[in-house]
Design a binder for this molecule. Structure first.
Ligand code: SF4
Length: 467
């Protein structure tokens, strides 16, 4: 019988079927960060339990740590306290930690693939909804809540219901100035922010096949923004080449053996899906969000749509979005003034993202009055970018060059919007208050588009800059 990757990986990790009908699923890799783990470790302590498989658990610091000055103790007392807790918990429970002095610290969804921890055919859990990112390597990866973090720490298992599977095919060729971010924002706009609820997404088609691993990571990262708790791309030669030589990937003959297993978990050609959605890559433009969820977006050359075309169930959200954002139906999104530009996050804080933004920033200047930040997704991304001189390109243009962390993606540290500032952002969420100010407004777009907006002081079509 032809099977999908979801079928194969689920079956390989199924311990048993629970009376509830859910599966007791073995978790191959548990990723931990400072924000969703303290209570889970505390619950473990109170129950007198140890971490069941510390060798399958890895921790990093990302959400709350400062990115401007990382000298300890941090000025931010809460950041310092949470860091102290994570360091102590990792020490007490024997969990490896990529601390700030490791050279390997970074956003959990950047370092997992980068260090070769994330591998095809794995089940991966982390107390963060963007764990879907890791599916780019052909893993079944999903975010979990704090009580489930405790469950995985204690048992290395989770009770999970197997989702349905939708294949999302994107065929054709992307135009210049169109990036993976534009593809995933278009998918979410077409299928809806709740369209993936109850589904996993298998991304396929010639556009995905040609994508680099970093582009696939951007796509899978935002699966959850379309309602799908997990999304994946079948492992192929791009995946294997990416993993070869990485710190935690198998080496030597073990690598070749692993490739045999990784290849075998890919969806069989004759497998069927619960649903198939198709998009034409040629028609995808650079995309910008205008609203308060990632599905409210338009092509940069288009006008913001009228709520009358929205599905009836979405109309109140559209009205709420117009009220909050201060934008009008029929208005061109291009030309919308910004106050802040943010390049970073687990969606778009990798080397290729910084390279694309630097291509735009090179020899240009950030517009007067714009606060512009570039925050590498990890220490290794920062090191590689600095080796290429990207930091100098950004600094000469007037961007701040920061240290690795989540930063203004969620504004949990000092990097926050002020008041009603508008931010062109390469992150993944434009929810009200997401970037640290309850009234701050977020326009999601690709890193190259953020760089173009920083230079123009307003939303602008990066294709015109790249000409
Ligand atoms: S960069 Fe943003 S979305 Fe990604 S892990 Fe950090 S806070 Fe979450």
């Amino acid at each position: 019988m032809a099977l999908t990757l979801l079928d194969k990986v689920w079956r390989a990790h199924s311990v048993r079927t629970l009376p509830s009908g859910q599966t007791q699923l073995l978790i191959g890799l548990h990723l931990i960060h400072e924000v969703t783990s303290p209570q889970a470790f505390q619950m473990l302590r109170e129950a007198g339990l140890r971490v069941r498989m510390p060798e399958r658990s890895f921790a990093t610091l990302d959400h709350i740590i400062p990115t401007a000055d990382q000298a300890r103790p941090f000025r931010d007392e809460l950041a310092e306290e949470m860091t102290v807790h994570l360091v102590q918990n990792c020490r007490d429970f024997g969990v490896p930690l990529f601390d700030l002095d490791s050279g390997r610290q970074g956003i959990v969804h950047v370092i997992g693939p980068e260090l070769g921890l994330t591998q095809p055919g794995m089940t991966i859990a982390c107390g963060d909804s963007h764990t879907s990112t890791h599916g780019a390597l052909g893993a079944i990866a999903f975010g979990i809540g704090t009580s489930q973090v405790r469950d995985v720490l204690a048992t290395q298992c989770l009770a999970m219901a197997k989702p349905k599977l939708r294949q999302v095919r994107v065929d054709g060729r992307l135009g210049r100035g169109v990036y993976a971010k534009d593809v995933i924002l278009t998918i979410i706009e077409r299928l809806g922010v709740k369209g993936g609820v109850g589904y996993a997404y298998e991304y396929a088609g010639s556009v995905l096949e040609r994508m680099t691993m970093e582009e696939r990571l951007t796509i899978c990262n935002m699966s959850v923004e379309g309602g799908a708790r997990l999304g994946y791309v079948n492992p192929d030669e791009t995946t294997f080449a990416y993993l070869r030589g990485r710190l935690h990937a198998p080496g030597g003959a073990a690598f070749d053996r692993a490739v045999g297993w990784w290849r075998s978990v890919a969806t069989d050609p004759a497998a069927s899906f619960d649903d198939v959605a198709r998009l034409d890559g040629e028609t995808i433009p650079p995309v910008v969000t205008w609203g308060i969820n990632p599905g409210q977006s338009v092509g940069v050359g288009e006008r913001i749509p009228d709520p009358s075309i929205a599905p009836a169930e979405d109309r109140s959200t559209w009205h709420e979005a117009f009220q909050f954002m201060g934008l009008r139906p029929g208005q061109s999104i291009a030309g919308t003034k910004i106050d802040v530009a943010f390049i970073g996050s687990c969606t778009n804080g990798r080397l290729s993202d910084l390279q694309a933004a630097a291509e735009v920033a090179r020899g240009r200047k950030v517009a007067k009055g714009i606060r512009a930040l570039v925050v590498p997704g990890s220490q290794q991304v920062a090191k590689a970018a600095e080796a290429e001189g990207l930091h100098e390109i950004f600094q000469e243009a007037g961007f701040e060059w920061r240290q690795a962390g989540c930063s203004m993606c969620l504004g949990m540290n000092e990097d926050k919007l002020q008041g009603r500032e508008v931010c062109a952002s390469s992150s993944n969420r434009n929810f009200k208050g997401r970037q640290g100010s309850p009234t701050g407004r977020t326009l999601l777009m690709s890193p190259a588009m953020v760089a173009a907006a920083a230079i123009a002081g307003a939303v602008t079509d990066v294709r015109e800059v790249l000409r």
